[in-house]
Write a protein that binds this ligand. Structure first.
Ligand SMILES: [Ca+2]
Ligand SMILES: [Ca+2]
Ligand SMILES: [Ca+2]
Ligand SMILES: [Ca+2]
Length: 491
């Protein structure tokens, strides 16, 4: 009697679309039980292409009835079944719309190895049996892949090259067992509009080693075991990168040629500096927030421009922002607060005095010497030579030189460099004559023998010879190579 009841229920579902003699179902198909699934194989033994959506749910533990299916002209949804092993849809090549898989008991998804195309999206989540995925290795086209909760992606999705969106998310506490353990998974992906990772258990991101471009957001959030970003070894362009809540991350290790337009580094409890960032000269937005052991901004040394807002707050041991010495302009607000060990922030004051911050400046609750803009400007930042460059930024604090020119690039401005054309950052001057040792003229030597050329690369200089009557002449060369001699004061 129970069997008849099941068949009757199955008929209510199936017979609405089933016409005797038809090869396949047409319209949408819903399968609520194993009986209904098995009836499909009986009624449509030659069916390879299903028109419409396919919805499978309920007490279904075996999908062998669909082994001949090659194409589904709609969505394929497999949810809340009792499936435990997922070697399913072995010959399915195309899902014209989307594929949804959410089954609490499934532990292994090895199916879908003929699937090349899912036109819209693939969503695999709510699979709480710690499902391993080792499949989808023929897939070359889909827009969006979302994988969530208790899933271990082993060597899956090895062929797909371009995506609009890749989401690997736990949708909850980042203690769930979502991880990509197979290094070949997603390994062909070179371009993706958006990548969102949340709660992934990975220690590295080696599975994205060919990723070149993320044209929108790239969020790496709450990856508790991640130690480095070095796996992103091909990354060349990211629009908006957020690295947040990664408690074990000690080095950013991004490729030195990568271009990043905006960056947020927040809540990373083990990160002491930003040294692993590529050299960045211009950012749209910069946020450095709530990094417990970050002491300096080293890594931002090339930064010249922040076009929009600059946030720097709640970094409890940050004490050094000298890496911002090359910052010339901020196009919007600057917010610096709750960095209790930050005292030296005259760099910000000098941007303010030069009107190089185009938005509001909020500075408070930092170290005493950086606790308000008024105090910084009025008390803590001195400008001895009054050239409007505060002493700590001034490459000649006692000589007015608002141009800050430094021809030999040794960090000492030309206005006070004791060898302006020879790099000598230490300014050593043993005989204290005001001429640095690095360019001190040789004197008191009986004769000097050099076994190579003497090269004077300054056309205004030459060789000075003393005549027998005690005068000195500088011998120089003109543009045609002719020597000339001019009387000068002896050195
Ligand atoms: Ca000065
Ligand atoms: Ca100066
Ligand atoms: Ca110099
Ligand atoms: Ca010098």
């Amino acid at each position: 009697m129970q069997k008849y009841t099941q068949i009757i229920i199955a008929c209510i579902v199936l017979c609405t679309t089933y016409i005797e003699g038809q090869t396949c179902l047409s319209g949408n198909s819903v399968f609520n039980s194993q009986t209904e699934v098995d009836l499909f194989a009986t009624n449509f033994p030659n069916c390879t292409e299903i028109n419409g959506n396919v919805f499978i749910q309920g007490n279904v533990s075996n999908l062998n009835a669909f082994n001949n299916i090659v194409k589904i002209n709609g969505n394929l949804t497999i949810i809340s079944t009792s499936l435990s092993q997922g070697n399913i849809f072995p010959n399915l090549q195309e899902v014209v719309k989307s594929l949804f898989i959410s089954n609490a008991f499934i532990t292994n998804l090895n199916g879908f190895n003929s699937l090349t195309t899912v036109n819209n999206k693939i969503e695999i989540y709510g699979n709480n049996g710690i499902m391993s995925i080792n499949s989808f290795n023929a897939l070359t086209k889909t827009d969006t892949i979302t994988i969530g909760q208790e899933v271990n992606v082993q060597n899956a999705f090895t062929q797909i090259q371009k995506l609009k969106s890749l989401k690997l998310e736990t949708y909850g506490l980042p203690t769930q067992n979502l991880q990509v353990s197979g290094p070949n998974s997603f390994n062909a992906v070179t371009k993706c509009d958006k990548i969102q990772m949340y709660g992934l258990q990975n220690t590295n991101l080696n599975f994205l080693s060919n990723l070149d471009t993320v044209s929108n957001e790239f969020f790496i959030i709450f990856l508790p075991n991640l130690t480095s970003l070095s796996g992103l070894s091909s990354l060349s362009l990211v629009k908006n990168m957020s690295i947040s809540g990664c408690e074990d991350l000690t080095n950013l290790n991004l490729p030195s040629t990568a271009k990043i337009n905006s960056i947020t580094v927040s809540g990373n409890g083990a990160l002491t500096s930003l040294a692993g960032l590529p050299p960045i000269t211009q950012l749209d937005q910069l946020a450095i927030v709530d990094n417990l052991v970050l002491t300096s901004l080293e890594g931002l040394n090339s930064l010249n421009t922040v076009k929009n807002v600059f946030y720097l707050y709640q970094n409890p041991v940050l004490n050094d922002i000298s890496a911002l010495d090359n910052l010339k302009i901020v196009g919007s607000d600057v917010n610096i607060y709750d960095n209790p060990n930050l005292n030296a922030c005259c760099k910000i004051a000098s941007l303010v005095t030069k009107n190089r911050i185009l938005g509001q400046v909020q500075i408070y609750d930092n170290g005493e010497e950086c606790s308000s803009l008024l105090d910084i400007l009025g008390i803590y930042c001195s400008d001895l030579d009054e050239d409007e460059i505060f002493d700590e930024d001034d490459n000649c604090p006692n000589d007015p030189n608002d141009d800050q020119d430094d021809a030999d690039n040794d960090g000492v401005g030309d206005a006070c460099d004791n060898c302006p054309l020879i790099s000598n950052a230490n300014q050593a001057d043993a005989n204290n004559d005001g001429v640095g040792d690095a360019c001190q003229s040789v004197s008191g030597v009986g004769s000097m023998q050099i076994s190579s050329d003497v090269y004077v690369d300054n056309s205004l200089r030459g060789v000075i010879l003393k005549s027998s009557n005690g005068f000195c002449y500088r011998i120089k060369v003109n543009n045609k190579g002719k020597l000339s001699s001019k009387k000068i004061t002896c050195p």
